[in-house]
Ligand binder design. Structure first.
Ligand code: F6R
Length: 255
């Protein structure tokens, strides 16, 4: 098992640990190409980075994992809007240096191809941040029979629509777009380093299957077992179903 696992007391400590690792990365490589995620999990990280006015993001670039189909960047439910609100408006990264797939593009197939090309032509992702869905999805790569490849259009599962409705659409599944553009799983694992966060009991199944289960596209995050530089930062609740939890907690102290 090559993945590093850091188990934290709670969400706050998880956010503090990942913030430290982000700052370390930025100081070591000011021109870092970040891969960023939306959702509730990274909000604590973004909040902390946003407060650190001493950090210089002017040389770095960023590519987000995904965006809902048909939502324009100025739509408050779009991931573009979310990223601006939570992070980009608070740090000194210029608008020309951050990218999300455009879910409102007329030709979504070309949009996906161009997005992959843009990532590649910028040297690839140095540090990819991930959250994990309750079903083990990463980005919007839902459980399936095959690991997806590049950026592509995805049909969201009922579970993901429900999870997102509860969090962001006042519980109304009718308001959640049913499709999204997402970096593919194999594209995600091209990143040089990956940090994946999970907090809360509802993530415990996905975390244990991804770390200790078989590598299978039925649990997309399980592909991370094959990557050389993955750090899981998970709180105790999210770690509660890991079989080797005690051993891992010991490892944590050594890290
Ligand atoms: C978001 C993304 C998703 C989320 C996942 C967890 O860009 O790629 O895979 O990371 O759905 O979402 P939260 O953090 O809201 O539990």
């Amino acid at each position: 098992m090559k993945n590093k696992i850091i188990i934290t007391k709670d969400y706050k400590e998880m956010s503090e640990v990942v913030t430290k690792l982000f700052i370390k990365q930025l100081l070591e490589k000011p021109s870092t190409v970040w891969g960023l995620a939306t959702g509730s999990t990274p909000v604590g990280l973004y909040e902390r980075l946003g407060k650190r006015k001493d950090l210089d993001f002017s040389k770095s670039k960023s590519f987000n994992l995904d965006e809902y189909e048909s939502l324009k960047p100025d739509d408050p439910q779009s991931y573009y809007y979310f990223m601006q609100e939570e992070l980009f408006s608070k740090i000194n990264i210029s608008e020309s240096n951050y990218f999300l797939p455009n879910g409102a593009a007329e030709d979504l197939v070309s949009e996906c191809k161009n997005y992959d090309f843009l990532i590649k032509s910028n040297g690839g992702i140095d540090l990819q941040l991930l959250g994990i869905g309750t079903n083990g999805h990463v980005g919007f790569n839902e459980p399936s029979n095959k690991f997806s490849d590049g950026t592509h259009l995805v049909d969201l599962t009922d579970q993901t629509i429900k999870d997102n409705a509860d969090k962001y659409f006042e519980g109304n599944t009718n308001l959640v777009p049913k499709r999204a553009l997402s970096m593919g799983t194999m594209q995600i694992v091209k990143a040089k380093k990956i940090i994946i966060l999970a907090s809360g009991k509802n993530k415990a199944w996905a975390v244990s299957e991804s770390i200790e289960g078989t590598v299978t596209p039925k649990v997309p995050a399980s592909i991370l077992q094959k990557h050389d530089d993955v750090t899981w930062i998970i709180d105790k609740a999210a770690a509660s179903k890991l079989k080797n939890r005690n051993k891992l907690e010991l490892t944590t102290k050594v890290l």
